[in-house]
Ligand binder design. Sequence first.
Ligand SMILES: [Fe+2]
Ligand SMILES: [Fe+2]
Length: 391
Amino acid sequence: MAVDLDAPADTNMMRIVHAALRRDLERARTALTAASPPAEHQRIALARHLGWMMAFLEAHHRSEDEGLYPPIHERAPDAAVLLCDMARDHASVAGAVAAVETTAHRYEECDDREALIAALDGLRDVLLPHLQREEDELMPVVSRVMTTGEWNAIEQAHNLAGKSKAQLAREGHWLIDGASPDDRARVLGLVPLVPRLILLYGFGPSYRRHQRTCWNMRRHHVQHEGSTSVVVEADLDAVWDIVRDPTRVGEWSHECVGAEWVGATGAHPGARFRGRNRQGLLRWGRLCEVVRIEPGELVWRTVPTRLYPDSTEWAIRVDRVDAGTRIEQSFRVVKGTWLEPVYARLLPAHHERTAALTNDLERIGALAAGRRDPRASITRRTEGASRDAVA
Ligand SMILES: [Fe+2]
Ligand SMILES: [Fe+2]
């Protein structure tokens, strides 16, 4: 499809880049805080990946400082304060990035996890609000005063020019890792057909090897535990109203399309509900049970049955923070099954679930704030499956 270069700037790439940064910060935290710490080969791969990611983030901010912000400053005088805040954020982020670089380098040499976790938390504290504000407040200004042609030219000059094919391929695979089909198509659509095929099939295996080592994914296994969190600009009570009712899960889950109470009318320990799930052509239902509910926290588990003998415990916790509400979701397989290799083959999205689960939490925030956010649109993966399939 021909791109209208005179149309208002399509800033989706900014959101896609930010999503990849958020995703791997969550993955890194999950890996570093897991009950069994990364073995040596994972530790080295993780440390090097964080070093690569920090260099990418520095380059991303440099391209904004030098390529994007100056023309916006000129054309949108009303955005002067916002741009000033953005530049100040970049300075704070630079300090936090340096701390992650130092501690990641040390982590590569020896298992000093605590220092790296603290540095990553420090980075998250300054980076995540910046990414959100840039998307929510600055990108609409960019679309107002800049065309897609001008946006693409900045992208070419500051983010693509001078990079080797291997560098571009790694960045491309990193951006589409766990992305929705729409975002994957957006990234791949930037590459002409032949280079796209080389990117996908020539560089794909090495990225997947790197991914498996870094995040300890095994070919025919599913992720057994994980957690992710977001801070949303929404009222705590509005978020909790959505979260505390498991029958509303279909409104925000990328996999569960609906749920109904089974012999219960509300959430209390022991109350059961059945979730209906869909991924591509696959459809299935799982019986679930509320384990615990108290203000701000809901815990439930999938009930093992003859057909689905596994069980996973899920928890969602909400807390009020300065910027709005923090939503944290975690899961842990509490009963495995010999069917796991089958699940893993049918549902490759369950090899690593951080990106999809983070998007779910963003959708809860958007629902609670009463807005429809393009980032929050539900995209049903063709390759994935429900939390309830193996969880
Ligand atoms: Fe950005
Ligand atoms: Fe930025």
